[in-house]
Design a protein around this ligand. Structure first.
Ligand code: SAH
Length: 367
């Protein structure tokens, strides 16, 4: 059985990213401001600039005495990441950003603008330790967990660009967040929760986003699903199932050897019951591997009657992969079977594919 903290212990010891404003709760910010010799009321002012006005240039904070600004920058708002590449497609409405962190680690985030919403797909770890054989991130293994501020900063970058009108389509706001970039968010639980709090805390404490617009996607770390249900933040839970039977899932999502399909689903239904939120089941459609009619039936039987929605994702083959996406007719039949059992299902679009920004393509190599 999994011991508490065991999943975090696989992270190798290395220097920590600089402590940043976004790592701190409102109380901790005030204490930190006082600790560096400034009056406590400044904390609120800094947060207004940072989250309210989305102004990350401390030298222009005119409500802060000029001689104070350098110290504020160095002590409270150190640079966390530099952009090493920006790629866009779909006429500039899909933008992938490759970031280099303080220790050279590379992570990616993707902004996707639709007619009525802007979704950001963000990373929670540099690399990933879950080792799913069809996923590009999984191939390189885990480098480290991202700090809360490193995760929040990916969102803030998108929010700033939108507010400055730098994204095609004019001024806008980030409305949705999916933890579907690099990493397994539930294996970096504490910092992911910190991020969700920063994103949902009302301004000026945070960005004031709706928890309903946030989706945490997981391979199914069962104890963490129960923990998430206790947090009292009704984010959407997405579960990367990919197979309805343990025999196949053991190979596609190796953590299944610890947490079986039934345990993952029981935890998911518990989450749905506590939060009232529909569970999203992710299912990458892999030709002749998991897309047979008998698996569609088995999946439908296991999900039928639950507060659930199935997201079929056409496989994005990773370089050198022996697998490809399902045939259109098999995909259609899979959808038909699920629908015949009354299980809601949609097929995910493959936005960002040509910039390696689609599901499972984030590998963060800079060539
Ligand atoms: N670790 C989290 C987030 C991963 S990325 C998780 O596993 O849920 C988000 C989704 O993309 C997951 O469902 C993941 O299984 C899926 N995915 C990974 N590689 C893919 C690929 N090559 N093609 C299609 N989907 C993929």
């Amino acid at each position: 059985m999994l011991q508490p903290g065991e999943l975090q212990m696989v992270e190798p010891k290395r220097p920590k990213p600089p402590k940043h404003w976004s790592d701190l709760t409102v109380e901790e910010r005030k204490a930190r401001v006082i600790e560096i010799g400034l009056p406590g009321f400044r904390a609120d002012q800094f947060s207004r600039q940072w989250y309210g006005r989305l102004n990350d240039d401390t030298s222009t904070w005119t409500d802060v005495p000029a001689e104070m600004r350098d110290k504020v920058k160095a002590e409270l708002f150190p640079d966390l990441m530099t952009s090493v590449r920006t790629l866009d497609c779909d006429n500039g409405t899909t933008v992938k950003q490759v970031w280099k962190l303080f220790d050279g680690a590379l992570v990616e985030s993707v902004l996707m603008r639709y007619t009525n919403r802007v979704t950001m797909c963000i990373s929670s770890q540099a690399g990933c330790g879950m080792n799913c054989p069809f996923c590009a991130t999984g191939q390189a293994g885990l480098m480290r967990n991202l700090s809360t501020a490193e995760i929040v900063e990916q969102v803030l970058d998108g929010a700033r660009k939108l507010s400055r009108g730098e994204i095609s389509g004019g001024e806008g706001r980030v409305s949705n967040i999916v933890f579907m970039g690099m990493g397994e968010p539930m294996a970096n639980y504490k910092n992911v929760i910190g991020t969700i709090r920063r994103l949902t805390d009302p301004a000026p404490a945070g960005l004031g986003m709706s928890a309903r617009g946030i989706t945490v996607s997981t391979v199914g770390l069962v104890p963490r699903i129960y923990d998430l249900a206790k947090e009292g933040i009704p984010v959407t839970l997405a579960v990367s199932l990919h197979a309805p039977d343990d025999e196949l899932r053991d190979t596609l999502v190796p953590i299944n050897t610890r947490f079986k399909v039934q345990e993952v689903l029981d935890a998911s239904w518990h989450y749905a019951e506590v939060t009232g939120r529909r569970i999203s089941i992710e299912y990458a459609m892999i030709k002749d591997i998991n897309d047979q009619a008998f698996r569609a039936k088995l999946l439908a039987e296991r999900l039928q009657g639950q507060l659930v929605h199935v997201n079929l994702i056409p496989l994005n083959p990773t370089p050198g992969s022996k697998w490809t996406a399902s045939r259109p007719e098999d995909e259609r039949e899979f959808v038909r079977i699920l629908e015949s059992y009354g299980v809601p299902v949609t097929v995910r679009d493959t936005r960002g594919r040509e910039i390696d920004g689609a599901c499972g393509q984030l590998a963060a190599t800079v060539n």
